[in-house]
Design a protein around this ligand. Sequence first.
Ligand SMILES: [Fe+2]
Length: 496
Amino acid sequence: MNTQKSPVSRRAFLKTSAGLAAGALVVARTVPDLTAASVASGPHQATGTRIGEVTSTSAIVWTRLTAAPVRNQTGQDFTVNVREVPGDQLPKAAGPVDELRGACPGAPGRVRVRYGPREDLSDALATTWVDVTASTDFIHQFPLRGLRPGTHYHYASEASAPGGAAPTAVFRGSFETAPAPDAPAEIRFCVMTCQGYPDRGHPEGHHIYPAMLALKPQFACLTGDLVYYDNDAPRASTVRLARYHWERMFSLPRLREFNRQVGTYWLKDDHDTLSDDAWPGRQMGEFTFAEGQSIFRQQGPLAEGPTYRTFQWGRDVQIWLVEGRDFRSVNTMADGPEKTIWGAEQKAWFKRTVAASTATWKILVSPTPFVGPDRPSGKNDNHANAGFRHEGDELRAWFKANVPDLFVICGDRHWQYHSVHPETGLNEFSVGAASDEHAAGSPGEDKRYHRFHLVKGGFLSVDVKRQSGQCLIRCQMHDVHGAVVYSWQRERNVTA
Ligand SMILES: [Fe+2]
């Protein structure tokens, strides 16, 4: 818990953890008394909440206190990206970042979370109150433990001014815990990637958010490029500008509405760590790769420890979420056995946990592709490129030999496809950019690989259910409004 009262330096922030603290639990039956005076004074919660790392018994609730109840509605707006303007000529902030349109300056205060299965929270437990300050960008992540499996939880994130006066803001939401690992259960989840800001397709946020919400997924994977530090104006050349990108994106009404009621697993890629195809050690202006790593961990509802992790949802579904930036070799290094994206520890973890898994369906969710095909030249950043061929071949061969049913759902590419690797039979689904305006870049349909190929935005949904002694999995590609544009299904015999 951080109880510092004064802002700390940018360097000090980087040494501060995301602020994970268990906090003693108390039963809190009373609804807070929101008076007009306390509400007017703030702090507020313009950036909403995020629910992450959900298991059958735990979850993280991400909170942030803000000076105003909603994002800045006025101030300098940015409507261009690098498709219209060269990167070094993107418009810059003409005044203080706090005054830009879409900014949500933070505010000090106290926050706690009440949560329980009943919507009226009459059975709610409460965390302790935690002070937030500039040292964590006014963010606190509450780990909730001891939850019931397969249960719909409701929560209220309550804010008050520093020192503990009357509550000033209550932000409500809900999420679902995973069924126990031995429980057969119907599962539905969504996967999205690559959301630009100027090309979001609607002033209040990308169409995919209401479209995904309408499917009532139990969770969603946000598979990288959740903001574009380098491509969307203003370029994030400082830590403050980087945080502005997160404020501006995740305070959009449609994103706030989605994230308050769907648990999400966050994966980072290049543009939301630093810049296009970035690797450790790179820098953009004053802003460093290491700062980008720290900010992602702070902005996402992410537990401490490695950002590669695995989650099981009932007996039939296990997902592996992998890290593609932290451990990678320099992209320009000559390919060979030493060149890596995953790094040795992540590879050992992956092989060990996949071998130990008893889940019916094993799904690798990766911020970058394994099959592609990708653009033949000029791209040297993922396992579908010649630049990482050695590790790509090694992993694809391992999948085939050890877990032939495994398939990949990937982000990164701005078009939708289902492809099958000609040599190993590995299936890969690229979920597409988050908006049609952001879709582009495919080298074209290639019949040797593609079962489906469409240069459009959208998202993927996955459904798993048991029926007549079989477990069915169905992957559906959706357009940005939710219409199904492609469907693929597999079955496996299962015992009851
Ligand atoms: Fe992208």
